[in-house]
Write a protein that binds this ligand. Structure first.
Ligand code: TZD
Length: 468
């Protein structure tokens, strides 16, 4: 993403003389973005934009800020002279071919594995090397785990997906190949009881990613398409001699998957009153399955964690969520962008707190008549709606919201469709209608206020009192 912004006059900002909207925007952007540039002369706009494009999309992609002070906006150039200053960026995201010895090192490690595992990260999805990645997984028969935004790179229903046996495969695998996935907190930094004593192969475009948390035995640095193609060439060269994962390993995973999926199916089939996350998500799951081209936006805590594990994705790059930093407030911006960029229906599954961070964008959604269906999992608060004010007094707990809020009226206020759903049947009907009609829709899905847990699935990260 390139953010282009106007800014106040340099002379006044730099002397801190007090200008309208005075702020040293470039300085603020620099530590937060992959790159930040300022253009002072009209004839440099072409260069500025070219540098911004290259910084944004080459190597590991990242956000770029381009600062255009007010004085620049008033400058002019002759059309012909101006055209000459523009740059057509050639090969903005060049391939980065991995070193042959790095490929051989990785292949040797992989070939010796008894219980190999592949982890696909969002880098693998960004790389758009879907065919190569699928070939690698299917030709080696190695089980894989998709990280949140890699879901759908292969359909989540793929028989080699080990997602339903995650807590078994992470500690048990002997060689783990990370493909565009970082060993950050989402993977417990590669340490602790989540993991065993595995060796790591890491495919990444950034050489500084290796050894970020634990030693990487075989780093493979390059763009993911080139790296995976090179690995495939090596595997092909081995012909029938390429080893398969052990039958014991595949059997053990399949058994655990079977059990966990059956258990989950039972939970999803429940029809409690009021609805809980599971009975509501059972509906969302069906709607996404019936509309695999739809974009799924997701934020919240429980509303995020349960959706990620319950709603299967079938196509690459269809799921966009809070990402590594878990930032609330991305949902509506993502929904607007996803609708415009993809032209597909967008389904946004939102915690009620998460929605509140940028809920006013329902106006934008209505203004441009975007095919966005927002489903608010309304459990009367952050995580749940039953906390009690720990200090007594008349105020509710900090996590508790106005009970029974009618979020659907917000959408109606701007001419969109607003529906309250208190049963899975009502939710299903409203979602089907929203996707069919492509009208801006907000469904206030009323969820049991006792259903969530603090911080969703990451309660274990909360600090614990040292006092027993
Ligand atoms: N502020 C920002 C910008 N990002 C954050 N992640 C938070 C605050 C802290 N936070 C979470 O990590 S999840 C969450 C907050 C405020 C909201 C959870 O409540 P919800 O979801 O209603 O969206 P559930 O389903 O009720 O858990």
């Amino acid at each position: 993403m390139i953010l282009i912004s106007g800014s106040s006059e340099r002379e006044i900002v730099d002397l801190q003389q007090g200008d309208y909207e005075e702020m040293d925007q470039l300085a603020i952007a620099k530590p937060l973005c992959k790159a930040a540039f300022r253009v002072l002369h009209a004839e440099d706009i072409g260069i500025g934009v070219a540098r911004a494009i290259r910084a944004a999309v080459s190597g590991r992609p990242g956000g770029v800020y381009l600062d255009l002070p007010a004085k620049l906006l008033a400058q002019s150039l002759d059309t012909e002279a101006g055209a000459k200053t523009l740059i057509k960026v050639v090969d903005p995201a060049p391939r980065q071919i991995p070193a042959p010895d790095a490929i051989q090192r990785a292949l040797r490690l992989l070939a010796g594995a008894k219980r190999p595992l592949i982890i696909l990260g969002k880098g693998a999805a960004y790389a758009q090397a879907d065919t190569e990645i699928r070939a690698l997984i299917e030709q080696t028969r190695i089980p894989y785990l998709p990280m949140s935004m890699a879901k759908g790179l292969l359909p989540d229903t793929h028989e080699q997906s080990a997602a339903a046996a995650r807590s078994y495969v992470l500690p048990e695998a002997d060689v783990v190949m990370l493909v565009g996935a970082r060993l950050n907190w989402l993977l417990s930094h590669g340490k602790g009881k989540t993991w065993g004593r595995q060796k790591f192969i890491q495919i990444d475009i950034s050489p500084t990613e290796a050894d970020s948390n634990v030693p990487i035995d075989a780093p493979v640095i390059g763009d993911i398409g080139s790296c995976v193609s090179a690995l495939l060439d090596g595997i092909k060269a081995a012909g029938g001699g390429w080893p398969q994962p052990s039958a014991d390993w595949l059997g053990a995973i399949s058994e655990r998957k079977g059990k966990n999926i059956a258990k989950m199916a039972q939970t999803l089939a429940g029809n409690p009153t009021p609805m809980n996350f599971h009975s509501a998500l059972n509906v969302v799951r069906d709607i996404v399955k019936a509309n695999p081209e739809a974009m799924l936006v997701n934020e919240g805590a429980n509303a995020l964690d349960f959706t990620r594990s319950i709603v299967d994705m079938y196509k690459p790059r269809k799921r966009i969520d809070v990402g590594t930093w878990g930032v609330m407030g991305i949902g509506m911006g993502f929904a607007v962008a996803a609708a415009i960029e993809s032209g597909q229906p967008v389904i946004a599954i939102e915690g009620d707190s998460a929605f509140g961070f940028s809920g006013m964008e329902v106006e934008t959604i209505c203004r441009y008549n975007l095919p966005v269906c927002i489903v608010i999992f309304n459990n009367n608060g952050v995580y749940k709606g039953t906390d009690v004010n720990p200090s007594g007094g008349p105020d509710v707990a900090p996590t508790v919201f106005v009970k029974g809020a009618r979020y659907e009226l917000l959408m109606q206020a701007f001419g969109g469709v607003g529906v309250q759903a208190t049963t899975p049947a009502e939710l299903r009907k409203a979602m089907e209608e929203a996707v069919r009609s492509r009208k801006p829709t907000l469904i206030n899905a009323v969820i049991d206020e006792t259903a969530g847990t603090e911080s969703g699935r990451i309660t274990s990260l909360n600090p614990k009192s040292a006092k027993k």
